[in-house]
Design a protein around this ligand. Structure first.
Ligand code: FMN
Length: 320
């Protein structure tokens, strides 16, 4: 069985700069999902979203755009726009857990509104030939939300449904609910993709053994915590490359150089990189110490010295 790995979108992290740098320095991801388009009250798209999916910014990667909305007008606005750029598929976000979003009936807050979801899908089907895929949680408050929705989706032309088996109200806390995910596999005729907490080859192997019929997996935070992970999963290997520190260093420098072009002033750049290091540090031995070093570095020179220090003295060990 062939194995497909998708990069799930992380707003603030997996923009085209990250995706391009990742693709140049690492391997294993077949398709990247871009962070969601969310339209404002007058159905306008943000220029940052537009820039993120322009073909010239994504020449080296296979990208699918995503929309988060609760009406067909917004869906079709984004669908038309992305089609004009040559995209064939639009992914619909029914999983965002942030209360500002769910309270407005979007993201995970939309899952329980079955009739609204079906009516949007009906309109989209009637007015567009875009390929639709879904990315969702189990519900906002209860897994019964997805259990009631899934059978109703069988009659719609949906490419696949990626499921992150947590509830919206959990945010990222607690564990993934694998029993409910297993139930979802039984309740849907669509292709189901697993997403959630795959942060090591061992974890991937565990999931693969638990769900042997799945051939496509989506990795989110795992590829930022460990950009070697998708390649190692594909090669079924637990061993990091010999020159891993050098490889990571080249990736880090490429990523930072990209952000230096657009972020004004060292402070913004260092803050951006600090947020990446909240994930990157987990790749290294003494991850807590690594992050502390990065946090302490308030100037470009001290930051660069901290990175050199980490790459020289810490070992790339990942999460097991
Ligand atoms: C900072 C952050 C931003 C995210 N942005 C998006 C997004 O734009 N669209 C989306 O569908 N999911 C988004 N997610 C959810 C992830 O794509 C993913 O579904 C979730 O983190 C679970 O997978 P993981 O455990 O592999 O990270 C975001 C998650 C985080 C932590």
């Amino acid at each position: 069985m062939s194995l497909t790995l998708l990069s799930s979108p992380l707003q603030g992290f997996t923009d085209y700069r990250f995706r391009t740098a990742f693709q140049k320095h690492f391997a294993g991801i077949d398709t990247f999902y871009a962070p969601y388009f969310r339209l404002n009250g007058v159905h306008e798209m943000k220029s940052s979203n537009i820039k993120d999916i322009l073909p010239e910014n994504n020449a080296t990667t296979h990208v699918i755009p995503q929309v988060m909305c609760k009406d067909a007008v917004d869906f079709l606005t984004v669908a038309k726009f992305v089609q004009s750029l040559g995209y064939k598929e639009l992914n619909w976000n029914l999983g965002c857990p942030y209360s500002m979003v769910t309270k407005r009936g979007m993201g995970a807050g939309l899952i329980k509104q079955k009739d609204l979801i079906l009516s949007i899908l009906n309109t989209v089907k009637a007015e567009s030939d875009i390929v639709v895929s879904l990315k969702m949680r189990l519900g906002n408050d209860n897994p019964s939300e997805i259990e009631q929705l899934l059978p109703l989706l069988d009659v719609y032309p949906i490419k696949y449904i990626a499921i992150h088996p947590r509830l919206g109200k959990q945010q990222y806390k607690g564990t993934v609910d694998l029993e409910s995910f297993e139930q979802c596999l039984k309740l849907s005729a669509h292709k189901i993709i697993y997403n959630g907490d795959i942060d090591s080859v061992a974890k991937f192997r565990y999931m693969q053994e638990r769900f042997p019929t799945l051939d496509t997996w989506m990795l989110g935070r795992g590829i930022i915590q460990d950009p070697f992970l998708p390649g190692m999963i594909k090669h079924n290997s637990l061993v990091y490359p010999e020159n891993a520190n050098k490889q990571f260093s080249a990736f880090h420098d490429a990523l930072m150089a990209e952000y230096a072009l657009v972020l004004s002033g060292d402070k913004h750049l260092l803050l951006k990189m600090y947020h990446f290091w909240e994930y990157f540090s987990l790749l290294f031995s003494n991850s807590h110490k690594c992050l502390k070093k990065i946090k302490k570095a308030q100037h470009m020179r001290t930051y660069e010295a901290a990175v050199v220090d980490i790459l020289r003295n810490e070992e790339i060990i990942g999460l097991g």
